[in-house]
Design a protein around this ligand. Structure first.
Ligand code: MG
Length: 414
């Protein structure tokens, strides 16, 4: 049983906990579940709109720009509305959204969203484009439709997607830099911790898709021990190589992370090299996380069934939204693996909060790159970050208070 490893993953990783891992890892190697069980888990219904008794016919979906934000705005024939705020990729993915995704949805019943996700994938051979360029636009429409359905039902997104089980979410603050020396990086992380109250951080190691080259000579091997020394034993540490290493180098870096009791090691090898990633997972006791670039449910199934990683990380936008990501979480749950979603821009961190509100095993800390300051007042009650925890919005839909006010200066993107 996965008790040792699960309790490890579910708590701030202390060096003392590491001693429990090898024993569990041996038992985790034998998968006690079949691919059929994973398929069944992925096929479980996620969206609950039973309380909406009449059709919600989609009349319009528009991409708007308001200041720096790209917003997808949906309306029903009966005048209901919903919005989503996209990552910055809308600046160049809008033709796919406008020509290949939106036309499918017009005239459809939004309550059937779950089955639309497959039909829009077939529509106009969209499956040939599958990847971030297709699934991002779909996720933006999905978030906006879910917002509209939530407003109609008077339910938050978490309640539409299985039921809210938590209202506060612990996060790690992500640095996102590689241009820093180890000393500068630790200074920066310390400032982030001070400013946000975060109990956990993530920094980057390696050079990013760099075939083992570091961002600067000696940065990684100096940064790892220095981070523990300077941040102290109570801060939980995560590290991300962004596909930098081959297995021997990844294992070497992973062992350094084990030595400082890090929580997990993210994307050690090129993201689509599933076998190499698994070799690293097999060799290390520290959990390996990955999946932010993944867009295939079947490849997630492979990673879960073969324990290619220990923690799956679909990106809520790159992977096509909350429902598809919930299907990954349902598969991961069969294996006793956490689903810690990756986030990318716009209101990504708010969709992460809703996902976390309804997903049983999300791991110890969720990704957060800041944004509360910018968007807090859009919500009623306002979003709050306190003591390293973010509050899950409680209002209907995504929780935004006043759509007309937000869109008053918005212009349509065609
Ligand atoms: Mg990453």
């Amino acid at each position: 049983m996965s008790l040792n490893r699960r309790s490890f993953l579910g708590s701030a990783a202390g060096a003392g906990t590491l001693a429990l891992l090898p024993e569990f890892r041996a038992s985790a190697r034998e998968s006690r579940f079949t691919t059929e069980q994973l398929e069944q888990a992925a096929a479980k219904r996620v969206l609950n709109v039973e309380s909406i008794k009449t059709p919600v016919i989609i009349e319009s979906i528009e991409l708007l720009q308001s200041g720096r934000d790209y917003v997808v705005h949906v309306r029903s024939k009966d005048g209901a509305e919903g919005i989503s705020v996209t990552n910055s990729r809308a600046a160049y993915l809008y033709p796919i959204l406008n020509r290949l995704v939106i036309p499918y949805f017009i005239g459809k019943d939004a309550r059937d969203l779950e089955s639309h996700l497959f039909e829009v994938y077939r529509y106009r051979s969209n499956y040939k484009l599958q990847g971030l360029a297709l699934w991002c636009p779909l996720s933006w429409v999905e978030f906006a439709l879910l917002d509209m359905l939530g407003r109609i039902a008077g339910k938050s997104l978490g309640d539409l997607l299985g039921g809210v089980i938590r209202r506060k979410v612990a996060y790690y603050i992500a640095s996102g830099r590689r241009d820093s020396t180890p000393e500068e990086e630790v200074d920066y992380l310390s400032r982030l911790v001070e400013e946000t109250g975060a109990k956990a951080v993530k920094f980057r190691v390696g050079g990013r898709m760099s075939r083992n080259a570091d961002a600067m000579p000696g940065r990684t091997e100096n940064l790892i021990p220095l981070s523990r020394k300077r941040l102290g034993d109570t801060i939980a540490i995560h590290a991300d190589s962004n596909s930098s290493y081959d297995p021997p180098k990844a294992i070497e870096v992973g062992k350094m992370l084990e030595d400082i009791g890090a929580v997990y090691f993210e994307e050690p090898c090129p993201f689509d090299h599933l076998e190499d990633t698994k070799r690293v997972t097999d060799a290390l006791t520290i959990p390996v996380a990955g999946g932010e670039q993944e867009f295939s449910q079947r490849r997630f199934r492979w990673m879960i069934h073969n324990r290619g990683v220990d923690i799956v990380q679909p990106d809520l936008q790159y992977y096509g939204g909350l429902i598809r990501s919930a299907r990954v979480a349902n598969m991961a749950q069969v294996a006793g693996m956490p689903t810690t979603v990756h986030i990318s821009g716009g209101l990504g961190f708010v969709y992460m909060l809703h996902f976390a509100s309804r997903t049983p095993d999300i791991g110890a800390y969720q990704e957060y790159k800041r944004g509360v300051e910018r968007y807090s007042q859009w919500f009623d009650p306002p979003l709050e970050s306190k003591d390293g925890m973010l509050s899950v919005p409680t209002g209907p839909g995504v929780g935004i208070a006043n759509i007309p006010e937000l869109l008053k200066d918005a212009e349509r993107v065609t």
